[in-house]
Write a protein that binds this ligand. Structure first.
Ligand code: HEC
Ligand code: HEC
Length: 189
């Protein structure tokens, strides 16, 4: 979380009023947190590379309207026009998708989570490679702790989806299953 604060300080130090800046001028601020190559190196900050443009547009709109409440994104989306949201979404979609971490993995845990994925049809909506489609996000190789936070948020209703799909999906899922699902999705190859 400390690195997020640093990004915030840098952003606030820039004297130009945010609303007067173009999308291209603002982009470096976004990517300082989210990772310039599409992959976030910062705890709690999601990777954006290859994200579905429609999903991103909807989420930025929800941040702007405070339908999705999350620091620092409500502040970041303030004053953006609908065209700005679409421009950010198009640029983000063209960044390279995040890569799976190297190193060994727990095969038994992967197998257990794979069964959960099929049972809950995660691979149906999010597509078999978890690349997402339309308003369904890419989740493949997303940061593990962000996936846990997202799934817990849908479950405890602190994150409201644009539709109720995810609230329905996570209702029967236990905390241990959330941890296993995030472990798996963060490592899919
Ligand atoms: C200070 C760090 C920081 C900056 C700067 C920042 N973000 Fe974020 N962003 C975050 C965090 C943290 C989240 C996750 C919020 C949550 O937990 O739900 C996020 C979430 C998002 C999401 C949702 C991703 C998803 O998978 O649902 C999008 C899209 C996004 N940011 C785009 C942007 C854009 C565009 C900018 C620049 C205008 C920007 N961000 C600037 C930290 C930042
Ligand atoms: C019925 C279709 C559907 C199914 C089944 C489904 N999802 Fe989703 N998922 C969605 C949609 C739509 C969203 C975007 C919701 C929103 O607006 O926040 C989403 C969002 C997410 C997010 C947030 C990603 C981000 O970048 O913030 C995660 C994580 C996720 N799903 C994981 C899963 C997992 C794990 C499963 C299986 C247990 C699953 N989904 C099953 C439709 C589905």
């Amino acid at each position: 979380m400390r690195r997020i604060l640093v990004c915030c300080l840098l952003f606030c130090a820039a004297a130009v009023p945010a609303a007067a800046q173009t999308v291209q001028q603002r982009l470096p601020v976004c990517l300082a947190c989210h990772g310039a190559n599409g992959q976030s190196q910062t705890e709690g900050v999601p990777s954006l590379g290859g994200q579905q443009a429609f999903y991103t547009t909807v989420q930025l709109l929800m941040f702007r309207e405070r339908m999705r409440v999350a620091d620092p994104m409500n502040e970041m989306a303030k004053g953006l026009s609908d065209d700005d949201l679409r421009s950010f979404a198009d640029i983000i979609a063209r960044l390279p998708a995040p890569k799976p971490p190297s190193g060994s993995m727990d095969d038994a845990r992967m197998a257990r989570a794979r069964a959960l994925v099929e049972q809950n049809r995660c691979n149906f909506c999010h597509t078999p490679a978890f690349a997402g489609q339309d308003n369904v996000p890419r989740i493949a190789d997303q940061r593990e702790e962000y996936l846990v936070k997202a799934l817990r948020g849908y479950k405890d209703n602190s994150r409201h989806g644009y539709d109720a799909s995810m609230a329905d999906v996570v209702a029967p899922i236990t905390n241990q299953q959330i941890l296993d699902l995030a472990y798996y999705i963060a490592r899919v190859r």
